[in-house]
Design a protein around this ligand. Structure first.
Ligand code: FE
Length: 207
């Protein structure tokens, strides 16, 4: 059956069901993790327009936002050599590697309020998932680990992340700037044209 967006629809339906259930943040992240792992196990569902790198900076394509803004799903596309500034999220997030690889470096504020690296850089390989949150460490920088091609990760956040007021940091200082990321696209994928499956159930009849 030709329904390439079905894996994303399946994820959105399950994430919406979870969003309606009372649970703590850690439990919610734990519940979403296997769903995201399933979503990124195959990359054929991602529309081509949401996989396009920009020559100068990384792209954030909105794939779905919950109508109550309880969560959003975003495709991050990194061209060769591209990286984020040091930034935070202010809400929980899960990052699943769909194509290529990323390197991440966590940061934290020290006693003087200076933002300094925390731990060693981590490499996220295809199929792997990491988490961010104010409760487990929310400041980091992410870069494409590959010098010769784009990498793509699928992110799930506990808000409409493109419209969240957050922060960019200048490492080695206590300087902070306000930051609202927005999105690189004016449309989202159509998850809801299930007509092929319904027609098939009718024996392929078309009006
Ligand atoms: Fe981030």
């Amino acid at each position: 059956m030709n329904d390439p967006i079905a894996p994303l629809r399946h994820f959105v339906v399950q994430a919406t069901q979870l969003a309606g259930r009372e649970m703590g943040e850690a439990q919610r992240r734990a519940a979403l993790r296997p769903l995201l792992a399933q979503l990124i196990a195959d990359d054929t569902w991602l529309p081509d327009w949401a996989a396009q790198p920009h020559p100068e900076h990384y792209q954030q394509y909105l794939l779905h936002c919950d109508p109550l803004e309880r969560f959003s799903v975003v495709s991050f596309v990194w061209g060769p050599g591209q990286r984020t500034p040091v930034h935070d999220h202010t809400v929980w997030g899960l990052i699943g590697m769909l194509r290529g690889a990323e390197t991440g470096q966590r940061y934290a504020r020290n006693a003087l309020g200076t933002v300094v690296p925390q731990g060693a850089p981590q490499r996220l390989e295809r199929g792997e998932i990491e988490a961010v949150s104010p409760s487990i460490g929310d400041i980091h920088v992410v870069a494409n680990a590959l010098a010769d091609r784009a990498s793509i990760s699928i992110h799930v956040y506990g808000a409409n992340i493109g419209a969240v007021a957050r922060h960019v940091y200048e490492p080695g200082t206590d300087r902070v700037k306000d930051f609202v990321s927005g999105y690189a696209c004016a449309q989202v994928p159509n998850l809801w044209d299930r007509s092929r499956a319904v027609r098939a159930s009718l024996g392929g009849a078309r009006p």
